[in-house]
Design a protein around this ligand. Sequence first.
Ligand code: MG
Length: 388
Amino acid sequence: MSPDGKTIALVVAAGTGSRAGTGAPKQYRRIGGKALLAHALDHLRHPLIDEVRVVIGGGQEDPYRTALRDQQIPPWTPGGETRQESVRSGLEAIFAAGGAGAVLIHDAARPFLPAAVIDRLLKALEESDGAVPVLPVVDSLAHSGLSLGDPVERSSLVRVQTPQAFRFGPILEAHRSWAGASPATDDAQVARAAGLSVATVEGNQMLEKLTFAEDFERAEQRLGGGLVSRTAMGFDVHAFAVGETLWLGGVLIPHNRGLSGHSDADVALHALTDALLGTIGAGDIGQHFPPSDPQWRGAASSRFLEHAQALIEERGGRIDHVDLTIICEAPKIGPYREAIRERIAALLRLPADQVSVKATTTERLGFAGRGEGIAAQAVATVRLPEQS
Ligand code: MG
């Protein structure tokens, strides 16, 4: 991304949450055995996010520490009277700690953040001062009260979500100079008032704000008994060819031959992609990226894997584990095993202990044994909402 410096996520968790039907502030309410805020922090673990900070309500240090007792506690700043003041105090704290290149301002009440939304926001920051995720309005809209029934044109309206991404310097200045008569409802409003350019990117249903008691029930259902586990396998083979480079598991491996194929022929990532697609019954890699389509010539197979991961996320699923076996006589995989594991973990945004990489030979039997090519097998396990 273009702004130099760190990308910091700033989570606003300073509200009182009285509409959620509980005495406790909603960011500390537990769903699926974990505080809402803890879920939000989990979803901000992303290779492009360097640091996470939290703005908490006055006097909420104890519930904050208690809610996150099982995990590392990010640095926190006390908030203000309004959301805008809370965001500003969070931005000032970042400034005092050395500033940042970009900041993602997020609400703890939208805990289920798909990684693809973060990717889209940070990409949009290359061109704009800010970027916000939006979704179309699907329900009919009307004014309430006497004029109920008068339609409201919805084609020009969007639902605005968070996180909202900004270049750090401009959004800090925008907050410092904010003089709106009424409190700002989001940071895009503050940015636009200061004349910053704000792009929109596609949001996600998973990002809906948890506000009412029934929102929490639905989230509980999704995280608890409402999840099913699915396991699927993938298999692929590519032939060796002279003059090709050898990509295996997203890692470039020095070898006297590479694999031939339409894309970069990364047999390991292809098997893994097919396993992931299998967990959601989404066909195979060839359907999503047809070899007949010239745009995939020489393509990095990491894109295929990221696509499969995004499809799972879009269905509200999460990858539990992937297990890969590379079958060849040469090269020796051992020296590259950890690099492959780390690369796959980064692509899938998983901790390395949820990624397994193994290798075997076929005792010189068959095509792999004769050194004609490499085969790969993969198994993936995901958890999906029951209704998906
Ligand atoms: Mg293939």
